[in-house]
Design a protein around this ligand. Structure first.
Ligand SMILES: [Zn+2]
Length: 286
């Protein structure tokens, strides 16, 4: 994201498995960045931030866990700004960012495979029930294919943490308007209900987490609920592409997004859902 001369990355992961469609840019090729805003510490958000920080001198805003991972990778302490929610950072003469606590999607629970599919159950469980011995995190059960093996090797090679570090949401405030950004499907409804950004970037993947419980419904309904709360003029979805086959599938096609558009027209009419390709320049604010 650019605002005048300011360049901000929203997460840093772009070097993916060969089976994923290429994003068109490598973290190693990034030659100018002022800040990287990291939503949480998992590899598919954080990996690449170490190269961007070391090659460009960019400062990294993220959790303590994110800072620890970056220190282990040799990023200087003075480039690491630690946040847990409640911070207000200046990014340039005219742009600031506020940090809020967010929730990570329920990776311990069953997720829908397409935006319109209803997922239910797993409500009210305690941590020992959410994480019974032997629960596998990264691959669906039975995914012992060559593709799954390559994906697991990729995960092992990536910079990141097995911990979320505490997921964060960001509100970037510019003279032209504000932009909400988070990178995992979860939220505290009472935290985001008063933000009213002009533009929202909402993650749509996995089993959404609303106020600490898995949603009883579809990804589409989660997107509608968050949009209803935020009331942006323009909406972008994130994390819904096929970023790591066979674990992920492509939910960016107009066909896959049809139920999302239908839900939005019902709960948040007037909000424009933008669907853009990798590296496609898009004006966020007039
Ligand atoms: Zn994650």
């Amino acid at each position: 994201m650019t605002v005048d001369d300011l360049v901000v990355y929203l997460d840093a992961y772009m070097d993916r498995v060969p089976s994923a469609p290429p994003a068109g840019l490598s973290a190693l090729d990034v030659d100018h960045t002022d800040f990287v805003l990291v939503g949480h510490s998992h590899f598919d958000h954080l990996a690449g931030a170490e190269h961007i920080a070391k090659n460009t001198g960019a400062r990294n805003i993220g959790s303590n866990e994110t800072a620890h991972v970056m220190l282990d990778e040799g990023v200087p302490q003075e480039q690491l700004l630690r946040a847990q929610g409640g911070e207000h950072f200046r990014l340039s003469d005219t742009v600031t960012v506020r940090v809020y606590p967010n929730l990570h999607s329920c990776i311990w629970s069953t997720a829908a495979e397409n935006p319109g599919e209803i997922a239910a159950g797993d409500y009210g469980l305690t941590e020992d029930e959410r994480w019974p011995p032997g629960r596998r995190l990264m691959m669906p059960d039975g995914a012992d294919s060559e593709g799954a093996r390559v994906a697991m090797e990729h995960v092992e090679s990536c910079t990141g943490s097995h911990e979320t570090g505490g997921a964060l949401a960001y509100l970037i405030e510019t003279p032209e308007g504000s932009i909400f950004y988070h990178d995992t499907s979860g939220c505290w409804t009472r935290v985001i209900g008063d933000l009213h950004p002009d533009v929202a970037i909402i993650a749509m993947a996995g089993r959404p987490n609303v106020d600490g419980e898995p949603t009883q419904g579809s990804l589409t309904q989660f997107g509608g609920r968050v949009t209803e709360l935020l009331k942006p003029q323009m909406l972008f979805l994130g994390h819904h592409d096929a970023w790591m086959p066979p674990r992920t599938r492509d939910m960016t096609t107009e066909e896959a997004l049809a139920p999302v558009r239908e839900e939005l027209s019902r709960v948040a009419p007037g909000v424009r859902l933008a669907n853009v390709d990798y590296l496609e320049g898009t004006r966020l604010l007039a």
